[in-house]
Write a new protein. Structure first.
Length: 379
């Protein structure tokens, strides 16, 4: 959900002089101590300015967990490897999975116009639900503006516990011209509006909230005990680190742990843990959640045109690995936390989290991806 956080972010390099800030690197038992990964974590809590960071690496032989820095700037408590945190846009693969399950049940047609399910909802400034398909939503090829581009973090934090109505959020997007014709060749644009609508689509088709369907179809079957769609709940279940943002270059980090995540409904509101996210991606890629036809649709990708040379399927990015092959996953940015989870089809998974967003360096995104890719290559 980077549009929410990047409005506040500055290109900063913070020199962390105190041991309270930098913390102590820790490693729990696992198949190997990943020295290079630890160095990347320490970079995230050093040059990149995050108070704390963690990584969990899984493969068929076991689990490695590494941490760096602190979970709480006030107390100096070190980051631990068993915490819950906001996962931001890693919510999108969960929502996409439910939509594709409904496709497999013949309750949604992937190439049907959104108008079939949500008549009259998407209209204005060239945005037209009669021209946008369900596939366009999941693939970010709808051309819909991102409502978070126009909703500033300052506005959110002015009343952090306020509920954000889905229709009002949609209205913010529809007040602006479409970016391009839906499905236009060579066009791709990441928009949280797409997954706001995907959540509303699930609710219309099933009669239940998207959170209820995620829990029933994914969380319970996979026994993801740390994963939830919080609704209007402002707190993160314990144990959890504090989440921070740096509102301006040179400013002290502010605690943004508690706020109403309905501002990211369907696109970035979920809470989870490193273990749960890795287990979810592993189950997804190995066909435990989707039928073969729908998994094939999810992993059929389109180039994003981004500098990281990524491609996007239906709710999943894919990137090349430096050791060969590719990995699948999704970044997640939301106030207070930035995450990155990746997995390979041969059973390797890695999740990295820092408890600062926005306010790190411009390199923080790249360093998160590097930590995941490196972890997957050395596991």
């Amino acid at each position: 959900m980077s549009a929410l956080t990047r409005v506040l972010s500055g290109a900063l390099v913070l020199t962390l002089a105190s041991s309270v800030y930098l913390g102590t690197a820790q490693a729990s038992a696992g198949p190997a101590h990943h020295t290079t990964v630890q160095q990347l974590l320490d970079r995230l809590t050093g040059e990149d300015g995050a108070p704390g960071a963690l990584v969990e690496v899984r493969d068929r032989t076991g689990v490695s967990k590494l941490t760096s820095g602190v979970a709480d700037l006030h107390t100096g408590a070190p980051m631990t490897d068993d915490v819950n945190f906001r996962i931001g846009s890693m919510t999108k693969p969960f929502v996409a999975t439910v939509v594709l399950q409904l496709v497999g049940e013949h309750r949604i047609a992937l190439d049907a116009p959104l108008e079939r399910y949500l008549p009259g909802l998407v209209r204005g400034n060239g945005n037209d639900g009669r021209r946008i398909t369900v596939r366009n939503l999941l693939q970010h090829t709808s051309g819909l503006p991102d409502y978070l581009t126009y909703l500033t973090p300052q506005e959110i934090l002015s009343d952090p516990y306020a509920h954000h109505d889905q229709n009002e959020l949609l209205g913010i997007a529809l007040a602006h011209p479409r970016l391009f014709k839906p499905g236009a060749k060579g066009r791709w644009s990441y928009s949280n509006t797409n997954y706001l609508l995907a959540g509303m689509l699930i609710e219309k088709v099933t009669g239940h909230s998207y959170g209820t369907e995620i829990r029933r179809r994914i969380v319970v079957p996979l026994q993801l005990g740390d994963t939830e769609v919080p609704g209007d709940a402002v707190a993160i279940p314990e144990p959890h680190p504090r989440g921070y943002a740096r509102p301006a270059p040179g400013a002290e980090p502010i605690d943004v742990t508690e706020f109403n995540p309905s501002v990211a409904a369907g696109s970035g509101d979920m809470i989870s843990s490193a273990s749960d996210m890795s287990r979810f991606l592993d189950a997804l890629l190995h066909g435990r959640l989707l039928r073969p036809a729908q998994l094939a649709e999810m992993t059929h990708t389109k180039s994003t045109g981004l500098e990281d040379h990524s491609a996007y399927g239906l709710g999943l990015f894919t990137w090349s690995l430096p050791c060969g092959g590719v990995y699948w996953g999704h970044p997640g940015d939301i106030l207070g936390f930035q995450t990155m989870t990746g997995a390979t089809t041969d059973g390797r998974q890695a999740t990295v989290m820092v408890n600062l967003d926005p306010g790190g360096t411009e390199e923080q995104d790249a360093d998160l991806r590097a930590a995941v890719a490196t972890a997957l290559c050395v596991s």
